[in-house]
Design a protein around this ligand. Structure first.
Ligand SMILES: Cc1ncc(COP(=O)(O)O)c(C=O)c1O
Length: 370
């Protein structure tokens, strides 16, 4: 269709993980473990729910573009409000970055099989999108530095990385940064920051307030607010000023903003969420390893397992689905032989390992009988 530019025509629409309802219906199951979208299995902070209900009566009034949340974050991180942006999820802000800073000749540089949300947004701009392969399932920062050219405009780094769960360290980032010219914008996507922040090797980007680094964070993961669509970013005020020019003026919604502010003031929910996740990561990593599966060590709220072939990954995905366990196939990311499994409640994690065991036993049986 001539109206559609070729770089849009060739895109594949974002495919979210399967919903609980559709799996329940398809297989006639009563309980589904949804371990497909890195959501918080504990639900939502009661304080956030309370805050949303409280502002609901004022929804006839337009929101203030995230100013309240920006002020709270500026004060919490000891930066100016001009250094903070709030938006409709961190992807909402990512989309503004793409719109504000990329011109036709510019190039984007990142790892292969990067977070799919970024892939889709960057490719939808029709610019050259270049990648380097993973090294040990993490960003190969020296290789990325070696690929920077005169047209490179944005380098996208997710730390921890989705879908592999790996991090790069402070030392690795310091080395990398020396090779990045100031005209290149680094997006440091820290959607999983809270899960990694206590690791002493993890480079909390708030300690790297360089002029060409923008940090993105979200309330969708450990704060359990994926459905509210609320995220935020920190950067030099010049970058934020330009982002605000292209941002939809009334994002985030009043309810999303109120939920975010209240979630920040609920350390107990945060603590419980982190504890559950740490337990889940250990359990899934050990459980899968014991089954002989390859698991990438994770610093986030999911693990990635590497299967021998894409067919194996599809088969295991289908077999888990039939047992009520929904995980994430990674074909769309560019890793058809891998599956990503989010941590769930203790019961759901157990269900997942048991289902994998059954699927394994069935396959062993099949190969023994020829
Ligand atoms: C690396 C990464 N960045 C950003 C996001 C999107 O977060 P949000 O819900 O804030 O748009 C995700 C969600 O899966 C993610 O994994």
């Amino acid at each position: 269709m001539p109206l559609v530019p070729p770089y849009i025509e060739s895109l594949r629409p974002y495919e979210a993980g399967r919903t609980i309802e559709s799996v329940r219906k398809q297989y006639g199951l009563s309980h589904i473990a949804k371990l497909a979208s890195n959501e918080n299995p504990l639900g939502v902070s009661p304080k956030a729910v309370e805050a949303m209900v409280k502002v609901a009566g004022g929804l006839n009034i337009y929101p203030n573009g995230g100013l309240d949340l920006r002020e709270v974050l500026a004060s919490a991180y000891d930066v100016k409000v001009e250094n903070v942006i709030a938006g409709g999820g961190s992807e909402g802000i990512m989309s503004n970055i793409i719109r504000a800073f990329l011109c036709d000749e510019d190039e984007v540089l990142t790892t292969e099989a990067a977070f799919i949300g970024f892939q889709v947004l960057a490719k939808s701009r029709g610019v050259t999108y270049r990648t380097v392969p993973y090294r040990d399932w993490g960003y190969d920062l020296p290789a990325l530095a070696g690929q920077i050219n005169a047209n490179t405009k944005i380098i996208y780094l997710a730390n921890p990385n989705n879908p592999t769960g790996a991090i790069f360290t402070r030392h690795q980032f310091d080395e990398f940064y020396k090779h990045v010219p100031e005209r290149v914008l680094i997006i440091l996507d820290e959607a999983y920051f809270e899960y990694a922040k206590d690791n002493p090797r993890y480079p909390d980007s708030m300690h790297y307030r360089y002029d060409n680094v923008i940090t993105l964070r979200t309330f969708s993961k450990v704060y359990g607010l994926a459905g509210a669509r609320i995220g935020y970013g920190f950067a030099h005020e010049e970058l934020i000023r330009n982002l605000l020019k292209v941002k939809l003026p009334f994002e985030p919604s009043s309810t999303a903003q109120a939920a975010g502010i209240a979630a920040l003031a609920d350390p107990e929910f945060l603590h419980r969420s982190l504890e559950l996740n740490a337990r889940g990561l250990r359990y899934l990593t050990e459980g899968l390893t014991d089954l002989g599966l390859t698991v990438v060590p994770s610093q986030a709220n999911f693990v990635m397992t590497v299967l021998p072939t894409g067919q194996d990954a599809s088969r295991v995905f289908e077999e888990l689905l039939a047992q009520g366990v929904v995980v994430r196939p990674l074909k769309a990311f560019g890793l058809p032989h891998c599956l990503r499994i989010s941590t769930g409640t203790d019961d759901d994690n157990r269900l997942c390992v048991e289902a994998l065991k059954r699927s394994y036993a069935a396959n062993l049986g099949a190969s023994h009988t020829g």
